[in-house]
Design a protein around this ligand. Structure first.
Ligand code: ZN
Length: 113
């Protein structure tokens, strides 16, 4: 499963951050995920919950914020957000669209008690 390997790398990063900043009593981890990554937020938090079971992070929640796909139309110079990764301008229906966001995947913050 795609999400399991992502959850594992998130866990590695979180553990490194905890060690580096001597964090204690971590409550939640906030991550931002672009829609274009095709990650299912529910599946990702489920996998994360599963793999932290046997670690000191047991009980920590994964707070996932899904970021929209951002597009830029080269025809009408318009910025817009896309619900689906369809490269079409909602204003002029042009296909001459550049995708500028939606591939993000990063840890925004680690919340401690
Ligand atoms: Zn356009």
């Amino acid at each position: 499963m795609h999400e399991l390997s992502i959850a594992e790398s998130l866990l590695t990063i979180v553990q490194e951050e905890i060690t580096r900043h001597c964090l204690e009593n971590v409550l939640s981890v906030k991550v931002k995920v672009g829609k274009f990554t095709a990650i299912q937020p529910e599946a990702l938090s489920f996998c994360f919950e599963l793999i932290i079971e046997d670690t000191s992070l047991k009980g920590v929640t994964l707070d996932i914020e899904v970021l929209a796909i951002k597009g830029y139309c080269k025809e009408c110079k318009e910025d817009f957000e896309l619900e689906d990764p369809v490269r079409i301008c909602p204003k002029c229906q042009s296909w001459n669209v550049r995708i500028e966001g939606g591939r993000e995947l990063y840890i925004e913050s680690i919340e401690v008690e």
